[in-house]
Write a protein that binds this ligand. Sequence first.
Ligand code: GLP
Length: 260
Amino acid sequence: MEIITQPDSQQASLIAAGIVARTVQEKPHAVLGLATGNTPLQLYRNLVRMHRDSGLDFAGVTSFNLDEYVGIPPAHPSSFHSYMWAHLFSHINLPKERINIPDGLTTDVPAACRKYEQAIRSAGGIDVQVLGIGSNGHIGFNEPSSSLSSRTRIKTLTEESRLDVAAAFGGEEGVPTHVLTMGLGTIMDARKCLLLAFGKKKARAVARTVEGPVTAMVPGSVLQLHPRTILVLDKDAASELEMADYYAWVHEHKPDWQKY
Ligand code: GLP
């Protein structure tokens, strides 16, 4: 794991945007795995700015989102569909037909999940998977106890995760109970994983992900088995890492050819 800690989320998001932008520049038909939540908002703002001001071109790109709520129509203001259009897709030239988000309204969940996996394979696999992390260590919506080799499927949200998004649904009662999410095995197939975490609230999950045992109880910890995972943190999210000084030293002394 490569751990990059920045003074604040703004600087961290610039680095993350640079990593995504470079992928798209080097491979115009890149496949991006995208996440929702507050964490990647500044990353998306940077990508929008790079598209607008420097012509970063998404015309050949394909995207796959990690997850979507079950039973929520795409047009619902708190759906991940709405989030993605509001913060990224409406502002860049990624063709609509190459945008993929799990269908939370499907009447045949297993078939829809199989189709999603097949679509990722047909697109050539994900080049960079953007990830946030839940305060309980989930990635995508793979809640604790998720199989480390799981594929896209339906999951039941934990109470903690439902509380985290309660405000967006007008209180906990309004929060969907189920989601469709890429599995941990699906995420692990990405060529590169880029996990962002900001704020004190994420410090414990980050420490357990990086320095704890690999365990289904901390789904993010499976990334220890991924050969190319980069974590971009602000200093609060990094505050419980025991070897933080070592990671900083490694990062500062990396030869240029090895960076990211
Ligand atoms: C949700 C999403 C995750 C995201 C997490 C953290 O659970 N499914 O992909 O990483 O929330 O959200 P936030 O970035 O708002 O803290």
